[in-house]
Design a binder for this molecule. Structure first.
Ligand SMILES: Cc1ncc(COP(=O)(O)O)c(C=O)c1O
Length: 411
């Protein structure tokens, strides 16, 4: 998107505001499907948790994607966005059996990653097909919080537990129609990912009724110039070859599935803020914006980098700034950044703000969550209103401490 378009949005809709470029989302979706063009049946299930606005989900539906969900509410959101139950996979972790049963009542594909739950589910519902999430114990991801294939991870059924898994299946006579892995986010090394996929293929041979193999996601996107990203085209070529030869050996054309979040929406997102104050201290110059980690938590949570540019003064002299928010706690967005000269009132734009940004936002400090805009067909569409004071009070229950009934309450 052009700076002038973003500036206009900040002018018209105020700040802080999230902006998503639909064209970029479509571009990334096509890049991924093109990379796997050699595979006969490909399914891209967009990971709703990355960015769950209903208009964004509807857009993915138009593109031809399915969705990957991790809570019953995400399943309901997907259905509300117009996805058919068979286009939805439910991949929860640590949820109750009853939540999984609720999802099956809605007709979606379930993915189970726990032997205890699998045994209970298989005993009660042997005829409902289930996908199994395997933990291949391969560290393909970057940050330890988002790397989930390792030995200490809470995710997936360990490959070392396959004999127990097979025993449960034999005893319950349940039907396993899919096998899944997700090694974690930020895959740097394709060979490590391919190695994990070999483990999955080996495991898959033990299941005779498979319809699909789901390789999860975790594709890394660039956050700054020169950053490493997952080479999706190379991965597509190499994994497609392996997948096609596996299908030959298996004797059936299975579906190859992925569930990317970040790859599809990260770079499509821009977060716009106004500068409230420029504050020179003895050690640095702070640019203080009208937001904080309540709206964009990734830098404080993961130490992640978001490029920050001054779209109000793109030709200004470059200076060093520490960009912070207005939360009453340390909320640094970027330390010592080289940015075109910042004046109070300028609009700063945070890049890569599509994935895990709005969806992780909160009302901390009793602030309103931002508005969201979808930039589609060269027009700005408001897809979420900025919250108001009513939203802050909504669901809060006030006690009338002066009423007589209250005396009864305290006995
Ligand atoms: C099971 C599962 N699938 C898919 C994703 C999406 O990962 P990413 O946004 O890195 O593509 C995640 C992310 O945490 C996940 O846990």
């Amino acid at each position: 998107m052009l700076n002038s378009q973003l500036l206009k949005i900040a002018e018209n809709f105020g700040s802080p505001v999230y902006v998503y470029d639909a064209e970029k989302i479509a571009f990334q979706y096509k890049r991924l499907t093109d990379a796997f063009i050699e595979v006969k049946h490909l399914k891209i299930n967009y990971a709703v948790k990355a960015l769950s606005n209903i208009s964004v989900l509807k857009y993915f539906n138009i593109l031809g994607a399915g969705i990957d969900t991790v809570s019953i509410q995400e399943v309901q959101l997907g259905l509300a966005a117009g996805f058919l139950p068979e286009q939805i996979i439910f991949t929860p972790n640590g949820v109750s059996l009853s939540e999984i049963e609720e999802a099956t009542k809605l007709g979606v594909q379930i993915n189970i990653d726990n032997l205890s739950i699998l045994e209970q589910f298989g005993t009660k519902h042997p005829h409902i097909p289930v996908c199994i999430r395997i933990n291949p114990h391969v560290m393909a991801g970057g940050n330890s919080n988002i790397s989930v294939g390792h030995i200490d991870s809470k995710f997936g059924i360990s490959i070392h537990q396959i004999p127990h898994l097979l025993r449960i299946i034999e005893n319950t006579k349940m039907n396993i129609n899919g096998i899944h892995m997700h090694t974690g986010s930020d895959i740097l090394d394709i060979d490590v990912f391919l190695y994990a996929s070999e483990i999955l293929f080996e495991t898959a041979k033990q299941f005779k009724n498979l319809e699909f193999i789901d390789f999860g996601s975790g594709f890394k996107v660039p956050y700054k110039i020169g950053d490493i990203e997952t080479n999706i085209e190379e991965l597509g070529k190499k994994l497609s070859e392996k997948f096609n030869s596996f299908c030959k050996e298996y004797g059936k054309d299975l579906t190859l599935a992925f569930e990317p979040g970040k790859f599809l929406v990260s770079e499509a997102g821009y977060f716009l803020t106004h500068v409230n104050a420029v504050k020179q201290t003895t050690s640095t110059v702070f640019a203080q914006v009208d937001s904080g980690f309540n709206h964009l938590i990734r830098p404080m949570l993961y130490g992640s980098h978001h490029d920050i540019i001054n779209i109000s003064n793109p030709k200004g002299r470059e200076r060093f700034y520490t960009v912070v928010g207005y939360i009453c706690e340390t909320d640094t967005f970027g330390n010592n950044r080289r940015i075109n000269e910042i004046n109070e009132g300028d609009v700063l734009c945070f890049k890569n703000a599509g994935a895990y940004c709005f969806s992780m936002s909160s009302n901390y400090n009793s602030r309103y969550r931002p508005a969201e805009i979808l930039w589609h067909n060269k027009k700005a569409h408001l897809i979420r209103q900025r919250e108001t004071f009513d939203d802050i009070l909504k669901n809060q229950v006030e006690i009338d401490f002066k009423s007589k009934e209250d005396k009864v309450l305290v006995g």
